[in-house]
Design a protein around this ligand. Structure first.
Ligand code: Q9C
Ligand code: ZN
Length: 651
C-alpha cells in the first residue's frame, strides 16, 4: 500500500532490505505492439525487439513476478481526441484497413521520420491505451506506480501530426484523460517529466497554455540543430497565457552529457520546482536514448543515473508515478536502464552504483540560464548558484561536432575519452605539487558527529590538538587550527550502536558507530560542525589512526561530489581504520552534511558477531552525555537513557 513505503523496508544490517516490497508496481507489456515494424523489413532503430528485450530482462531478473502484470488495452477514440484532432485519429485508425503497403508508404513519406505497416494502427492504439490504463490505476490507488513498456513512442506526436517515430502522444493522452475525464480521481495537477534525449515537442504543445500540467523536458538542443530541430526546445519556451511558467526546457548545448549533468538539472531545477508545484501524480516520458551506448543520443546516462533520477521523483505525490517508454535504441542499454528503474519502483534494495564526477561547464551555463528565465514563476530558482558549486565542472575540449546519429561522433567520443583521462592525470600532477590542502581549504562541509565529538572540547582536540577530560591520549589536531565556523544539532534516521573491545583514547569498551543505511525507526542525535574539507580530512585521518601530513587527502572534491550521488563511500586509503566510510546526510543550505562511520562490510561483521558489540566505557559515555546535555538535546538522565538504549539493542 502507498502508506507503507520505504522506511519499513530498511533495517537489515547487511545492506539489503528485509522481506518483500510492499509497493504495488504495475507493468504493461503486450506482444501485439511488436507488430508495428518497417513495411519491407529494413532495419530501423525503433524496432520491435526494443520492448521484447526490456520484458525479457525484467523476467530474467525475476522482477515481473513481483509486479502486477497487465496486458495492453486499446485507447478509445474519444480519449485520443482529447489531445489529437479527429483527422489524425482517423488517419491512424485507417492504416489497418489499407490493403497495400504502398498506400501506407505514401502517407509515411509525407511525415517526418515515420514508417508504417499493417500492425502500426493496433500498436499505436495499444501504446496510448496502455499508458492510460496504468495512469488510471495509479490515480485510483489500485497501483502505487507503474511502467508501460510501449511502442511506438509518443512524445513527438502533435495534435495533427505523427513524427519522430511517434503516432499518438501516449503520455499526453493519459494526462488529459485524468484531468478531463476523471475528475472523480482528484488529479488536478500533473507533472510530466521527459528525460528522452529528444525534446518532447508534442507534449509541450498540447499543454502549452495549461497550468494543470507542468511539462519538464531535458534534451540535446545544440542551438536548435538536434532533432526535432528548431527553437521549440529552447529554455525561453515557458508556456503562454495561464500556462506561462508551466513549461520548462533544459536544452543541452553539447552531447556526452551523463549522470552528473542530469542530476545537476534535477537538483537545481526540476526538484525545487516540483516541490513548489506539488503534483498529484507524475508521468514520466521515459525514453532511454540518453543512455550510454545509445546510437542516436550520444549521451552517457548510466542505469544508476536513471535510478537516482527516478528515486528523486518518487518523493512527490506519495510516489504515484507512471513511466512510459519513449525512445532508446541500444537494446542492451534500454534493458539495463529499465531494470534499474523497476527496481527503484519496487523499492527493494538500496540504489547501487557510481557516477562520473562533474557536470560540464556548458551544463552549468544552461542550468543558470533556465533558473534565471523561470525564477519569476518559481521562487526557489531565484538564488544564484554558488561559485563553489559551478566551479566543480568538467571542461569541454574544443571539438567539431555537428549532428548526432553518426559513427564519426563515436570516434570523436573515443578521442575525447582519452583526452579527458589525460586531463585528469595532468591535473593531479599539478595539485600534488601545490598541496591538496589549498584546494580543500576553500570548501566548507558540515561534519556531523554522533560519538564523543558531540562534546565540543573533545572535538576541538581534533582541530586544535590536545587532550580533553577522560581521554587517555592527546591528539595532534588539524593543520588548520581555526575553530568551526558554526555549530548546530540535528537528528537523522540512522541506528546508533557501540562496538569493538577497546580504544587507545578511551580504554576498554565500545565506541559509537551508526549504521550507514537510513532506518526511519531510529533517530540519532548529531552535533554538526561547519569546518573546511581540509579539516574534515584531518578528522578522518585522526579517527582512523593515520598521520595528518599525508601527500593526498582521504576525501577529495571528487569524493564529495560522488558521495552526494551515492549516499556513502568507503575510503580505500582508510580501509584498515574504523571510520573509513563517509556518509552523506543531506544539505544545510548549499553545504553538504557528512558523517563518518564504519563500512557496510564492518556492519555485517558486527551483526554476525565477528566484531563484538560492546557498551561504551564510562569515560566515553560521560563524554557523549556531556555533549548531548550541553547541546540542549536532553537532560542528563535522558541522555544516559539514550546511550544505554543504543548500547543494549542488537543490530
Ligand atoms: N537526420 C524518439 O526518440 N531522427 N524519436 C531523424 C534525421 C529522428 C527520435 C534523424 C529521431 C526520432 C521517440
Ligand atoms: Zn528520443
Amino acid at each position: 500500500m502507498a502508506g507503507e513505503s520505504s522506511g519499513s523496508n530498511f533495517g537489515d544490517c547487511n545492506g539489503e532490505f528485509v522481506g518483500k516490497s510492499h509497493r504495488k508496481v504495475g507493468l504493461v507489456y503486450d506482444e501485439a505492439m511488436c507488430k508495428h515494424d518497417t513495411p519491407d523489413g529494413e532495419d530501423h532503430p525503433e524496432c520491435p525487439d526494443r520492448i521484447r528485450v526490456i520484458w525479457e530482462k525484467l523476467q530474467f531478473a525475476g522482477v515481473t513476478q513481483r509486479c502486477v502484470v497487465l496486458g495492453g488495452s486499446k485507447a478509445e477514440d474519444k480519449h485520443l481526441q482529447l489531445v489529437h484532432t479527429k483527422d489524425h485519429v482517423n488517419l491512424v485508425k485507417s492504416l489497418s484497413t489499407k490493403q497495400k503497403d504502398y498506400r501506407r508508404n505514401r502517407i509515411a513519406s509525407q511525415l517526418n521520420s515515420i514508417y508504417l505497416n499493417g500492425g502500426s494502427s493496433e500498436a499505436a492504439y495499444l501504446a496510448a491505451g496502455s499508458v492510460v490504463e496504468v495512469a488510471e490505476k495509479v490515480a485510483e490507488g489500485e497501483l502505487d506506480c507503474g511502467f508501460a513498456i510501449v511502442r511506438p513512442p509518443g512524445h513527438h506526436a502533435e495534435a495533427d501530426e505523427a513524427m519522430g517515430f511517434c503516432l499518438f502522444n501516449n503520455v499526453a493522452v493519459a494526462a488529459s484523460y485524468l484531468l478531463n475525464e476523471r475528475p472523480d480521481l482528484g488529479i488536478k495537477k500533473i507533472l510530466i517529466v521527459d528525460w528522452d534525449v529528444h525534446h518532447g515537442n508534442g507534449t509541450q504543445k498540447m499543454f502549452w497554455k495549461d497550468p494543470r500540467v507542468l511539462f519538464f523536458s531535458v534534451h540535446r538542443h545544440e542551438s536548435g540543430s538536434f532533432y526535432p530541430a528548431g527553437d521549440d526546445g529552447y529554455y525561453n519556451m515557458v508556456g503562454e497565457g495561464p500556462g506561462e511558467g508551466f513549461n520548462i526546457n533544459v536544452p543541452w548545448e553539447q552531447g556526452r552529457c551523463g549522470d552528473a549533468d542530469y542530476l545537476a538539472a534535477w537538483d537545481h531545477i526540476l526538484i525545487p520546482v516540483a516541490k513548489e508545484f506539488n503534483p498529484d501524480i507524475v508521468l514520466l516520458s521515459a525514453g532511454f536514448d540518453a543512455a550510454i551506448g545509445d546510437p542516436l543520443g550520444g549521451c552517457r546516462v548510466t542505469p544508476y543515473g536513471y535510478s537516482v533520477m527516478l528515486k528523486k521523483l518518487m518523493e512527490f505525490s506519495q510516489g504515484k508515478i507512471v513511466m512510459a517508454l519513449e525512445g532508446g535504441y541500444n537494446l542492451d542499454s534500454i534493458a539495463k536502464s529499465s531494470l534499474a528503474c523497476v527496481q527503484v519502483l519496487l523499492e527493494d534494495k538500496p540504489i547501487q552504483g557510481s557516477s562520473e564526477a562533474y557536470p560540464f561547464e556548458t551544463t552549468w551555463r544552461v542550468i543558470q540560464a533556465v533558473r534565471k528565465r523561470l525564477c519569476a514563476y518559481w521562487p526557489s530558482l531565484a538564488e544564484e548558484l554558488s561559485l563553489k558549486l559551478i566551479d566543480q565542472k568538467t571542461p569541454t575540449p574544443i571539438i567539431v561536432t555537428s549532428s548526432s546519429d553518426s559513427e564519426t561522433e563515436d570516434y570523436a567520443n573515443e578521442i575525447l575519452d582519452q583526452m579527458s583521462k589525460l586531463n585528469i592525470e595532468n591535473h593531479q600532477v599539478d595539485t600534488v605539487s601545490t598541496s591538496w590542502r589549498t584546494d580543500l581549504a576553500k570548501v566548507d562541509v558540515w561534519y556531523a558527529s554522533f560519538g564523543s565529538n558531540m562534546w565540543k572540547p573533545r572535538f576541538l582536540c581534533y582541530i586544535e590538538g590536545g587532550q580533553a577530560e577522560g581521554m587517555k591520549k592527546a591528539c595532534v589536531g588539524s593543520m588548520d587550527k581555526s575553530p568551526p565556523k558554526e555549530i548546530m544539532w540535528e537528528t537523522f534516521p540512522h541506528r546508533l550502536f557501540f562496538g569493538r573491545e577497546s580504544t587507545v583514547t578511551w580504554g576498554v569498551g565500545g565506541v559509537a558507530f551508526t549504521n550507514p543505511l537510513t532506518n526511519l525507526n531510529d533517530q540519532t542525535h548529531m552535533c554538526l560542525y561547519r569546518i573546511t574539507l581540509e579539516q574534515f580530512n584531518d578528522v578522518l585521518f585522526q579517527e582512523n589512526g593515520l598521520k595528518v601530513d599525508s601527500d593526498s587527502p582521504l576525501f577529495d572534491l571528487a569524493a564529495l561530489q560522488l558521495v552526494q550521488n551515492k549516499g556513502s563511500i568507503p575510503l580505500e586509503a582508510a580501509s584498515d581504520g574504523w571510520y573509513g566510510n563517509v556518509v552523506f546526510l543531506g544539505k544545510q543550505g548549499d553545504i553538504p552534511v557528512l558523517t563518518m562511520t564504519c563500512t557496510l562490510s564492518a556492519v555485517e561483521k558486527f551483526t554476525s558477531g565477528e566484531f563484538p558489540l560492546r557498551a561504551p566505557a564510562k569515560a566515553y559515555a560521560n563524554t557523549l552525555v556531556r555533549g548531548l546535555v550541553e547541546g540542549g538535546r536532553f537532560s542528563e538522565e535522558e541522555a544516559q537513557a539514550y546511550i544505554d538504549n543504543a548500547a543494549s539493542k542488537p543490530l
